[in-house]
Write a protein that binds this ligand. Structure first.
Ligand code: PMP
Length: 501
């Protein structure tokens, strides 16, 4: 065993990992990377098919981000945001706010913009996001949103005991507040005694939706579903019944466009806009968790790609695809291009204003982390946003989205593939025992894990979510690398599930 692997075995406890299994075999020890490629200590090459747990967007060791960090290192590594401002963090906050608001011009209907008539005419009007509260990771960005929503509801007299709603299967992080709005029993049940009570509502999982009357087909279930938006009615009913109790939800926390750790569950077009409207009509806050999907992962709407003269900058956030204006937005993962831990919670002026007062009123938001607004992370984020806005990156993201779509079609030939679902630059592949019945593999069979083990042996790194395989490559992944990645994926599925003679 490599000496570094031995050190790991002796001293490191890995996240979301059964350490008994881990200790039974030599781990892959990563030594270096370039673009979409990682090398281990034995110089074996791997394609980073899940972008280092969904964080890396422009590729590893990008010269522009490296240079930005190096420049900042020559000035200062970190100074506290408790009592001090700093240049990169202020510049970045302005850039984030302008980017989020600029991208909203696309596909925004008058209803979604606030002038709605009809069913939800008494809805709370939309307000732009104007403030950035920095933290260090996706969980803390969500945690901050929950605390702010809690206090906003109490201080405005909206609710004495603020209550939250989130989606079935939701995952919003591992800190206790984020776990409270999470609804994955496997991860969260053990901590039931530790968390606060929240409600869950059905998520629009078209492939396994009890309201979808369509029989399984070899195509994305969102496209052939037969339903009447019953899932939206269920959301409406949840809100109505909570409002009727005299304690409307303080906030609805949602991953827009696709739920990641829930199993890459994409929402059919129009779902997000509808539930955001319902939230507003009940005067609750709409909190968008863009930790996974932000910073370009949601790709481009087809109409944007087809337009020779799009009316606004390329959308970088999922809510922009449906013209939804959230009251708070949590961002992390891709924020620094996958370089350094940094996150933020973006909020409206109305929320910010509830924390203003005379000193002795102690309305201050008493929350903050030591590395908040770190300079190295801020310059990495700024460099990453420069890259995201560059025509070269936009072109390569559009190409990647199209290539992924084309290559994903071949996966339908595999009998163990039940559903293939793509949202922009994310692809989820649900493995099933019998696709004609949508019959799942029992989790104990580790179907996804076994396929990923073979993929790793063949030089492609990814990590499944139960029976769902995922492909989420860095945006710089070339057509040739993507081709290799898909053929390794297909071969691995065939190796784990050999055809019966
Ligand atoms: N929200 C979402 C949607 C996520 O996917 C994750 C991480 N997978 C988190 C929150 C938590 O982020 P972190 O791991 O950075 O705490």
């Amino acid at each position: 065993m490599h000496p570094l692997a031995k050190l790991d075995h002796q001293f490191v406890w890995h996240p979301f990992t059964q350490m008994r299994d881990w200790l039974q075999r030599e781990p892959i020890v990563i030594a270096r990377g370039k673009g979409a490629v990682l090398w281990d200590v034995n110089d074996k090459e791997y394609l980073d098919a899940n972008a280092s747990i969904w964080t890396n967007i422009h590729g590893h060791c990008h010269p522009k981000i490296n240079a930005a960090i190096r420049r900042q290192l020559g000035r200062l590594e970190h100074s506290s945001a408790l009592g001090l401002a700093n240049e990169p963090a202020s510049t970045l906050a302005a850039r984030l706010i302008h980017t989020v608001e600029a991208g909203h011009q696309w596909s925004v209907s008058p209803q979604a913009r606030g002038g709605a008539k009809g069913k939800h005419s008494k809805r709370r009007p939309d307000a732009p996001l104007t403030k950035v509260f920095y933290s260090d990771n996706g969980s803390t960005a969500v945690e901050v949103a929950l605390k702010l929503a809690h206090e906003f509801a109490r201080r405005t007299g909206f609710s004495k005991k603020p209550k939250f709603l989130s989606l079935q299967g939701a995952y919003h992080g591992d800190t206790v507040g984020a776990v409270s709005v999470g609804h994955i029993d496997l991860f969260h049940k053990a901590y039931a005694g530790l968390v606060f009570q929240t409600d869950k509502v059905m998520s629009p999982y078209c492939y396994r939706c009890p309201f979808n009357r369509a029989r399984p087909e070899r195509g994305d279930a969102r496209d052939y579903r037969q339903c009447h938006w019953e899932c939206v009615d269920v959301v409406e009913k949840s809100f109505a019944s909570q409002t009727k109790k005299g304690n409307p939800y303080a906030a609805f926390v949602v991953e827009p466009m696709i739920q990641g750790a829930a199993g890459m569950i994409p929402q059919p077009a129009g779902w997000l806009r509808r539930v955001a409207e319902i939230t507003r009509s009940h005067h609750s806050l709409f909190v968008a968790d863009e930790v996974m999907i932000g910073f370009g992962r949601a790709g481009f709407p087809e109409s944007w790609m087809a337009s020779s003269n799009p009316p606004c900058p390329a959308p970088l956030f999922a809510v922009q695809h449906e013209g939804v204006q959230p009251d708070m937005m949590a961002i992390a993962k891709g924020m620094t291009g996958g370089y350094l831990p940094m996150a933020a919670t973006l909020t409206t002026q109305a929320i910010f204003d509830q924390f203003l007062g005379d000193y002795e009123e102690f309305k201050t938001f008493f929350h903050g982390h030591s590395y908040t607004a770190n300079q190295l992370a801020s310059v990495a984020s700024l460099a990453s946003m420069d890259l995201l806005d560059s025509p070269a990156s936009i072109q390569s993201r559009m190409r990647l989205q199209r290539h992924m779509k084309t290559l994903a079609r071949d996966l339908w030939t595999l009998p163990q593939v039940g559903d293939v679902r793509q949202v922009g630059l994310v692809l989820g592949i649900e493995l099933v025992k019998d696709w004609t019945k949508r019959e799942s593999f029992p989790l104990a069979e580790r179907a996804g894990m076994r396929v990923c083990d073979v993929m790793a042996r063949r030089g492609v790194l990814s990590r499944p979510i139960g029976n769902v395989l995922l492909i989420m490559p860095p945006y710089c992944t070339t057509a040739k690398q993507l081709q290799t990645l898909f053929s390794v994926l297909q071969d691995a599925i065939a190796e784990v599930f050999p055809a019966r003679k």
